[in-house]
Design a protein around this ligand. Structure first.
Ligand code: PLP
Length: 469
């Protein structure tokens, strides 16, 4: 990689006394900062000229992989294309330069936009009102569970502290329930990958008066549509609990159906997944929480502000630019694309649950298990071919999970290209397994030691210097 030419760290490019800036003349006089507020030593900042800095960061950015560089079928994450017009709208100075402490009367237009977005989301989901305060999906889950807890407390139903979560649930579901001070009851999945109604009846029989809520994702983490939601909702409602919908991946629902119509009482949406905010790497998000009619008064006070406004504006621009008719195509097209890939590969990859999927599906590694090639090897080999790897080893229901979500935006040509490469890797696994097991071969670095990186991360420059000495 030519990146080496320019050094891996900006600190390695530093030359004492070199500058990339010049300050205007000081017309204001000097101000003496009290000594106790000053640093003892100068901060260790890199000293570089502008061109070096530009090249360094441009080269770093070229090492990155994003939806704008290639196909990114990362299951459960909905890495879909984010139209540029939404970026432009969010970046308008009138929005970007807002300050959260601005007097209310100077932001009436913005408040109106928030109200309109609220109405649009209510119409898409069948909820009565949303709060935009949560900053991410997990934060939304916590907020939604606090709504549910507040509701039970208001009825003096203090013992309702248990939440039913399917074994296929996203990890944040049990984590949010635990943070909210609730206890988790796990309900099993059937061999078809759906909630086991018998097991649910058993749990409700045992714990009925203690059940605060049931959390569900639909389509679930296997990309399968939970067909028995009305029965499940009735069971939970009859015992006094509420239904929570994890709408992080609302994508497959858009235009097809609404959680509010299925009997869900509280839900969150990840605007950064379905509604056009580039995400990953800890970027800004928004996890607005919606409630059905009658639960509005139970929103907790989690923040004095309205969350990430830029994310909300992207979502609103996205909804308006698609419009009422086009938005109905999102879910069906995402579903069509996922099924196309699944059907085109299931003769060489193991498909443990062979039914029509929604926006995503899960393979359990290669069909031919004799090659010794694992899901990790396949994921690494895909990088050599210029594709981002699918989600791997999640969900935990299978040993070699390979979870693929193409999203609605990809053309048939892109999908065909991916299918051809997946078939090629299956061939390689048979004829030259070492080639796959030692991949990637074309990336700036090969395989990193994941365990070492997780257990002993080196996150500061200084530490790296010390370790090298
Ligand atoms: C992504 C996701 C979450 C968590 O969302 P964050 O914004 O990452 O906190 C929760 N549930 C499901 C089903 C998800 O896919």
């Amino acid at each position: 990689m030519n990146n080496r030419l320019y050094g891996n760290l900006i600190f390695e490019l530093s030359k004492e006394g070199r500058k990339g800036y010049s300050l205007p003349e000081n017309n204001y006089g000097d101000y003496q900062i009290p000594k106790e507020w000053c640093r003892v030593e100068d901060a260790a900042l890199p000293e570089c000229d502008e061109l070096t800095v530009v090249r360094h960061y441009t080269n770093l950015s070229n090492n990155n992989f994003g939806v704008d560089t290639g196909f990114y079928p990362l299951g459960s994450c909905t890495m879909k294309y984010n139209p540029k017009i939404n970026e432009e709208v969010a970046a308008l100075p009138q929005f970007q330069n807002l300050h959260p402490m601005q007097p209310g009367k100077t932001v009436m237009g913005v408040m109106t936009l928030i109200t309109w977005l609220n109405q649009a989301l209510c119409e898409l989901t069948g909820m009565s009102r949303f709060t935009f305060k949560p900053y991410a999906g997990a934060h939304g889950e916590l907020t939604g569970l606090m709504v549910i807890d507040n509701y039970h407390r208001s009825r003096n139903d203090m013992q309702r502290k248990k939440v039913i979560v399917p074994d296929s649930a996203h990890g944040t579901n049990p984590a949010s329930a635990a943070v909210c001070g609730l206890e988790i009851l796990e309900v099993k999945s059937t061999s078809e990958g759906l909630v086991d109604l018998g097991d649910l009846e058993r749990l409700v029989g045992l714990e009925g008066p203690n059940i605060a809520a049931m959390m569900m994702t639909n389509p679930n983490t296997l990309g399968l549509f939970e067909t028995r939601i009305p029965e499940i909702a009735k069971l939970i409602h009859d015992c006094g609990g509420l239904m929570y919908y994890d709408g992080a991946n609302l994508n497959p629902m858009l235009g097809a159906c609404r959680p509010g119509d299925m009997g869900f009482d509280v839900m969150h949406i990840n605007l950064h997944k379905t509604f056009s905010t580039p995400h990953g790497g800890g970027g800004p998000g928004a996890g607005p929480v919606g409630v059905r009619w009658g639960l509005e008064e139970f929103f907790p006070d989690i923040s004095p502000y309205h969350g990430n406004f830029g994310v909300m504006m992207r979502a609103y621009a996205y909804i308006l630019s698609l419009g009422r008719e086009q938005i109905k195509n999102v879910g069906p097209l995402a579903t069509l694309n996922a099924n196309y890939i699944k059907e085109s590969l299931k003769d060489v990859y193991e498909l443990p649950i062979d039914t029509t999927c929604c926006h995503e599906f899960v393979f359990d590694g290669l069909k031919d298990k004799s090659t010794g090639v694992t899901t990790m090897d396949i994921a690494k080999r895909l990088l050599d071919y210029g594709y981002h790897a699918p989600t791997i080893y999640f969900p935990l229901l299978f040993h070699e999970s390979l979870m693929i979500e193409p999203t609605e935006n990809e053309s048939k040509e892109t999908l065909d290209g991916f299918i051809a490469v997946m078939r090629k890797i299956a061939e390689e696994a048979k004829n030259d397994p070492e080639l796959v097991k030692t991949a990637p071969h074309n990336t700036p670095i090969g395989r990193v030691d994941d365990v070492l990186a997780a257990k002993h991360p080196i996150t500061t420059y200084k530490q790296m210097l010390n370790d090298n000495n």
